[in-house]
Design a protein around this ligand. Structure first.
Ligand SMILES: [Ca+2]
Length: 309
C-alpha cells in the first residue's frame, strides 16, 4: 500500500522531465527535382521535427526549376508544417525540373495542397540562410546538403563568419570514398566549382556520405501521400528503389549508431567534381561507412516513414 509520502514520491518521479536530448536545429539544402530520394529525406526531417528530435528551421532548394520550392512546401504541408521557411536558388527557371527523368515536382505541386507557388515566390536562399542562422545559438545548427552546393558556396562567400559562429557541422551527401570512380559523383558534379570551394573552405566540421552509401526500399510506402506518389513516379507501383539522401538525413539527427565515421584524412575536390580522401588531415572532415547491414538501416528508415504516412 502506498503511504502518503511514497505516493508523493511517485508523483514527483512522474513529473521529472525526461532527459531527451534537445531537438537538432536543421537546415536542409536539396536538389529536389533531380532524384526522388530528396522527398523521402524531407519526409524524415518533418517526422523527426514532429517527434521533437529535430527542429527543421528551413529548407533551401538548389535546383532552378520553379516547381522545386512548391514541391518542398507540398511535403512540409502534408506533415502539418506548412510554415517552415523555404529558400530558392535564384533566378529560377521553368525548365530545370523537366530535364530530370521523373519530373515529379510539378506533379506534386499540381496534386497536393500547399501555398508557396514556386521558387519565384520563395525567399532567396542565401538571404534566408543568413536570417535563420542569425537567430540561432552559436555552433548549434546542422546543415544537411542533399544536392548541389551552389547555395552553400554563395552563403560562404557572403558571410563565412556567420557560418563559423552558428553552424555546428555540415553533413554532405556527395563524393565517393576513398575516391571517386571514373566519373565524379552526381551531386559533386552539379556545380564542381562550388563543391571545391565548400569542401575546401567550409569553416566547421564536415561529414560526407558518399555515392557508395545507399539503401533500397519503397514498396511499403503506399497510399495517397506525396511520398507515395513520388515513389510511384520514380520507382513504379509496388517497387523498391535506391535511396542515398535518407542516410545522411538519419545520421544528422540520430547520430552515428549505424555508421562508422572515418577520419584521418580530408576530402579534396578536383576537376569536374572528382574527389579523393587525402591523408594526413588538413581539415576537420570525416566520411561515413555503414556499420549495420543495409537491410537493417533500410527497415528502420522505412518503418519511420510508414508509421506516419
Ligand atoms: Ca538529392
Amino acid at each position: 500500500m502506498l503511504t502518503i509520502l511514497s505516493a508523493v514520491a511517485v508523483a514527483a518521479t512522474l513529473v521529472v522531465p525526461a532527459t531527451h536530448p534537445a531537438p537538432v536545429p536543421l537546415i536542409i539544402d536539396t536538389d529536389i527535382c533531380a532524384a526522388v530520394d530528396d522527398v523521402s529525406a524531407l519526409a524524415m526531417a518533418n517526422l523527426m521535427h514532429s517527434r521533437g528530435e529535430a527542429k527543421l528551421l528551413g529548407v533551401m532548394v538548389d535546383t532552378r526549376g520553379d516547381a522545386g520550392a512548391a514541391a518542398v512546401d507540398v511535403v512540409n504541408t502534408h506533415y502539418k508544417h506548412p510554415n517552415i521557411p523555404i529558400g530558392a536558388l535564384k533566378p529560377t527557371d521553368n525548365s530545370t525540373c523537366e530535364q530530370f527523368a521523373h519530373n515529379y515536382a510539378p506533379q506534386l505541386a499540381k496534386k497536393f495542397p500547399h501555398d508557396l507557388q514556386g521558387g519565384n515566390a520563395a525567399l532567396e536562399a542565401t538571404a534566408l540562410y543568413r536570417k535563420l542562422l542569425a537567430t540561432q545559438r552559436d555552433r548549434s545548427v546542422v546543415v544537411v546538403s542533399l544536392g548541389a552546393t551552389t547555395n552553400l558556396r554563395t552563403l560562404l562567400d557572403a558571410d563565412a563568419d556567420l557560418v563559423r559562429r552558428k553552424v555546428s557541422r555540415l553533413i554532405v551527401m556527395g563524393g565517393q570514398y576513398p575516391r571517386s570512380a571514373s566519373e565524379p559523383e552526381f551531386n559533386f558534379a552539379l556545380d564542381p566549382a562550388a563543391t571545391a570551394r565548400v569542401v575546401h573552405d567550409w569553416p566547421t566540421p564536415v561529414v560526407f556520405s558518399g555515392g557508395e552509401l545507399s539503401v533500397s526500399f519503397g514498396k511499403r510506402i503506399t497510399g495517397t501521400s506525396p511520398l507515395a506518389e513520388t515513389f510511384r513516379i520514380g520507382f513504379g507501383a509496388g517497387a523498391d528503389g535506391e535511396l542515398w539522401d535518407v542516410l545522411p538525413m538519419y545520421y544528422a539527427v540520430r547520430g552515428a549508431k549505424h555508421f562508422t565515421e572515418v577520419r584521418g584524412g580530408s576530402n579534396r575536390v578536383g576537376a569536374g567534381g572528382a574527389n579523393e580522401w587525402v591523408s594526413p588531415p588538413t581539415r576537420d572532415h570525416a566520411y561515413l561507412k555503414l556499420a549495420s547491414e543495409k537491410p537493417v538501416i533500410a527497415k528502420i528508415i522505412e518503418d519511420m516513414l510508414v508509421s506516419a504516412p
